[in-house]
Design a protein around this ligand. Structure first.
Ligand code: 8GT
Length: 165
């Protein structure tokens, strides 16, 4: 099955959301733009990683990714983060979803992309644990705890994969 976003979705991988003046929320909090990658195998299992020590929510499970740096496009940020965190290189990705979440430490906007092709075997380069989740467990993985903003992504991915069957 080809993994691609629903028809009509904007192609934003070349979009450069960061600038030296980040967007702010109505209450004045800067919006932190984040590139997030869902590695998905042909059998539709997906990769989660555990947040390393020293970061907010250390030990929580999340998708690989991180903040988009000034001057980077979404795809460039995703390529850099996946290389730095899990040692895989990618040429392309498909936009899947954008969600925002208000954490005590930051207000984040997550640009979530599906990645169905990569080079290299994923390996936690920041000493973080990695785990493949089978398709049947995507809606409710047994891994705990999971980042609050990552849970709705798993639900939406599960629904998307069901429809795309
Ligand atoms: N990578 C990733 N970040 C997520 C997910 N869900 C979620 O809420 N986030 C939030 O998005 C932000 C990502 O920032 P990060 O701290 O991982 O970024 P980074 O790797 O650039 O870290 P650094 O600033 O230490 O270099 C965090 O506030 C994190 O809580 C997810 O599934 N994956």
């Amino acid at each position: 099955m080809a993994i691609r976003p629903p028809l009509g979705w904007p192609r934003i991988l070349g979009h450069m959301p960061s600038s030296s003046h980040p967007e702010v929320t109505a209450s004045g909090r800067p919006i932190v733009e984040v590139a997030v990658g869902i590695l998905i195998k042909p059998d539709q299992s997906i990769l989660l990683g555990q947040r390393p020590e020293g970061k907010p929510y250390a030990g929580y499970w999340e998708f690989p990714g991180g903040k988009i740096e000034i001057g980077e496009t979404l795809l460039q940020a995703l390529q850099r983060e996946l290389q730095e965190e899990i040692n895989v290189s990618i040429n392309d990705a498909s936009e899947f979803l954008v969600i925002e979440h208000d954490y005590p430490h930051a207000y984040v906007r997550l640009h979530i992309c599906l990645v169905s092709s990569w080079v290299g075997e994923p390996k936690g380069l920041e000493n973080q644990a990695l785990s493949w989740i089978f398709k049947k467990d995507i809606a409710k993985p047994s891994l705990e705890p999971i980042l609050p903003a990552t849970l709705p992504i798993l639900e939406k991915l599960n629904a998307f994969l069901e429809v795309a069957k």
